[in-house]
Design a protein around this ligand. Structure first.
Ligand SMILES: Nc1nc2c(ncn2[C@@H]2O[C@H](COP(=O)(O)OP(=O)(O)OP(=O)(O)O)[C@@H](O)[C@H]2O)c(=O)[nH]1
Ligand SMILES: [Mg+2]
Length: 432
């Protein structure tokens, strides 16, 4: 790695070019791709190269991380936490013809109902449409409502705005918690459609306006998203057809231009094919290199390796710092819960009660929080820890000072082991 310890124009040149190709292949517009790359490059140049990683690999990792951060900006719910609407609410969906509005409404109704059922509840959900242009549009929604098992209402009025008000009045008198309003799409962005949507939104004042974008349209979706935003405005987007052969360029362009969160993605034609938006997944499809993910894993493995090396050195020195101690706790944590780990230690598993194990886990977490509140200096030399410092750390970690003393006792104990290791000269062979 000599002479390559920092990222420079030269050592990331090739990586830069391949990222650019990946973005363009994912159907990200050229100007968007270039400006993103400039931004990441400015951030990356001069960064130190991690041990045992090539500069190019490290750069790709930085790109991957920026891409993920960029795609996840402003997401309403952290990955894994289901999104929920504030109730009662009218949710209006709009988008071009065939983008997937009607299907998506059914999918969302199903999603919300399933979430509610998990908590033993049932939501009053109503589906209704003001799409009077395509003859079977309203029937399509009615069939879907039956399929999902939610309510449906057919307006008698044929003027979209009047019909929407009729629907909303119906929802109110029937104590509907969530009304999904389906609208008509056009083949292209056109003034009449946008005008109608604007009037609809003004009349109904929906709490949520969601722009439905077909991920397959790639670059075109950017223009569409902007036109709808100017004319009607919306808080969220929803990308459909992410199951197709697309590489996420639509998601990227949308985030780039609109900076609004992507609420869900459609991942198939079936009613259950709705997922939360996972920025990491899209980032890796955009980069189009399955190996980016494995690269990230490799970087992860490398950090672990350097931790292990640090541990090995500590053992050879016969001296442990609090930082080493925290790393050791971290390694253990990554292996799984204490009880999982203990199961593999002959004899121990049966001697420790589940209570002891879970207490142990809590203690480990607390210890790591305490060490996390120390300055690097303190971590390297625990003898610095006087009363004033302990008070400050206790506050930072949200614990009592006696917890810090307990940690120090345990730490001293491990010191004894480390000394012992050095004495019997096994430190060298331990990790081989
Ligand atoms: N593969 C796939 N197909 C989808 C997805 N979402 C919708 N579709 C399909 O796209 C087509 C159009 O869906 P619709 O829900 O009717 O679209 P729409 O926006 O309501 O269309 P209009 O009412 O004509 O404006 C249907 O064949 C759907 O099955 C998706 O996430 N993945
Ligand atoms: Mg429709």
């Amino acid at each position: 790695m000599t002479g390559k310890s920092h990222l420079s124009e030269q050592n990331i040149q090739e990586a830069l070019a391949s990222v650019r190709v990946a973005l363009l292949e994912a159907d990200v517009p050229v100007h968007v791709a270039d400006s993103f790359i400039e931004q990441v490059k400015a951030e990356a140049l001069g960064k130190k190269v991690l041990t045992s990683l090539k500069p190019a690999d490290q750069f790709i990792k930085i790109v991957y991380d920026s891409l993920t951060a960029f795609l996840s900006g402003g997401q309403p719910a952290a990955a894994g936490t289901p999104f929920s609407f504030q109730l009662p609410a009218t949710v209006m969906l709009f988008g071009l013809q065939g983008s997937g509005k009607t299907t998506t409404i059914a999918k969302m109704a199903r999603y919300i109902q399933k979430q509610a059922e998990k908590r033993g509840k049932k939501r009053q959900i109503l589906l209704a449409s003001v799409d009077f242009y395509r003859p079977a549009a309203v029937d399509q929604l009615e069939i879907l409502a039956q399929q999902v098992g939610v309510l449906f209402y057919r307006a008698t009025q044929k003027d979209p705005v009047k019909a929407a008000l009729e629907i909303q009045a119906y929802a109110k008198t029937n104590s509907i918690e969530l009304l999904f309003l389906d609208t008509a799409g056009r083949f292209h962005v056109d003034g009449a459609m946008l005008d109608e949507l604007k009037q609809l939104a003004q009349a109904v004042q929906p709490r949520y306006k969601i722009m439905v974008l077909d991920a397959m349209t790639g670059q075109e979706s950017l223009r569409v998203a902007q036109a709808f935003d100017q004319a009607v405005g919306y808080q969220y987007a929803l990308l459909t057809k992410m199951d197709s052969e697309v590489r996420g360029g639509a998601a990227f362009s949308f985030r780039y231009a609109q900076k609004k969160p992507i609420l869900f993605v459609g991942s198939g034609e079936k009613i259950d094919d709705l997922e939360q938006f996972y920025p990491e997944r899209v980032a890796s499809t955009i980069l189009g290199m399955g190996d980016v993910v494995s690269l990230a894993e490799r970087a992860q493995a490398c950090t672990k390796q350097s931790e292990q090396e640090a541990m090995e050195k500590a053992l050879q020195r016969g001296h442990l710092t609090l930082q080493d101690f925290a790393n050791q706790l971290g390694m253990l944590d990554r292996m799984g819960s204490l009880s999982q780990v203990m199961r593999y230690v002959p004899g121990l598993g049966t001697q420790l009660s589940p209570q002891m194990l879970s207490d142990g886990e809590v203690t480990m977490k607390r210890f790591r929080a305490i060490i996390g509140s120390m300055t690097p200096k303190e971590r390297n030399d625990h003898t610095l820890l006087n009363g004033a410092r302990k008070n400050r750390i206790a506050k930072g970690a949200g614990v009592q000072v006696n917890e810090i003393n307990r940690l120090l006792e345990r730490f001293e104990e491990s010191q004894q082991y480390v000394k012992l290791f050095k004495k019997i000269g096994r430190g060298n062979r331990l990790f081989r």
